[in-house]
Write a protein that binds this ligand. Sequence first.
Ligand SMILES: NC(=O)c1ccc[n+]([C@@H]2O[C@H](COP(=O)([O-])OP(=O)(O)OC[C@H]3O[C@@H](n4cnc5c(N)ncnc54)[C@H](OP(=O)(O)O)[C@@H]3O)[C@@H](O)[C@H]2O)c1
Length: 263
Amino acid sequence: MKNFKKKYGPWALITGASTGIGKAISEQVAQQGLNIVAVARNQDNLDALQKELQTKYAIEVKTISADLSDPKANHVINEKTKELDIGLLIPNAGIENNGPFIENDLDAEYKMLSLNTTSPMILSHVFSQRFKQRGGGGILLTSSLFAYQGVPFVSNYSACKAYILSLGEALNVELKPLGIDVTVLSPGLTDTGMTQNMAVNFKKIPITKHVPQVVAKVGLKALGKKATVVPGLINKFYAWENRLIPRSWPVKLFGFLISRART
Ligand SMILES: NC(=O)c1ccc[n+]([C@@H]2O[C@H](COP(=O)([O-])OP(=O)(O)OC[C@H]3O[C@@H](n4cnc5c(N)ncnc54)[C@H](OP(=O)(O)O)[C@@H]3O)[C@@H](O)[C@H]2O)c1
């Protein structure tokens, strides 16, 4: 990643930085020599990440514990980081509810909608304004392969991720003249706490599981070069074939695969 620090440093703000894909992204951003503001709820995990990255990469790490499903918390993040010259935003925090839509708890669905869509939208808005003022920056959004079609039994989550894909595609074009790079990373199945806790037997779904480090690398390498990126050949095929066939077909296929794999 040539000139990464020069282009997007000296500071990066990463949400959901403490575990999974966000942690892998944080490590690779730290490796590039950027200082990091790491955001998540669990302070112990943030403290461990801070210690690890500061020791390994001789960078500065600040932590903010916040529940980003509360829209106000996202504005607080902006306020708390006003003094830092942040050139890279990675609003990656997300959760995944699944199960029959009508049986899922409505408050939990609303909370997921807020964390997965409202939080990245607010942060992208306020940080784009900051990036415009400083003459450039980068935004790496985390969507999902599930964004490329509706996914039965993961309905609200896949809808959230479709919102992020669409938002990022549009901002990639809209913000380019301001020197702001926007890329949407859409991982397929990735080995993190999120998928380990899902009531789905992924062995029954013909899809490859990636490690977070590979997913992070694909996303960071695409920043500034591509509007959207999907890690993995099979995942790329799933995303691509959707554009060639009637929209209802992949929805039915995923509905069949997920209902068969639910535990
Ligand atoms: N794993 C996959 O297969 C997969 C596939 C496609 C897309 N993705 C996306 O990748 C992103 C990262 O997911 P992951 O798989 O790495 O999951 P993960 O390991 O569960 O990580 C989620 C991160 O978000 C933080 N978080 C959760 N709720 C939060 C809240 N209310 N406020 C602030 N931070 C919160 C978590 O820390 P705390 O719990 O301490 O807050 C953690 O740092 C998500 O946007 C997810 O939708 C994942």
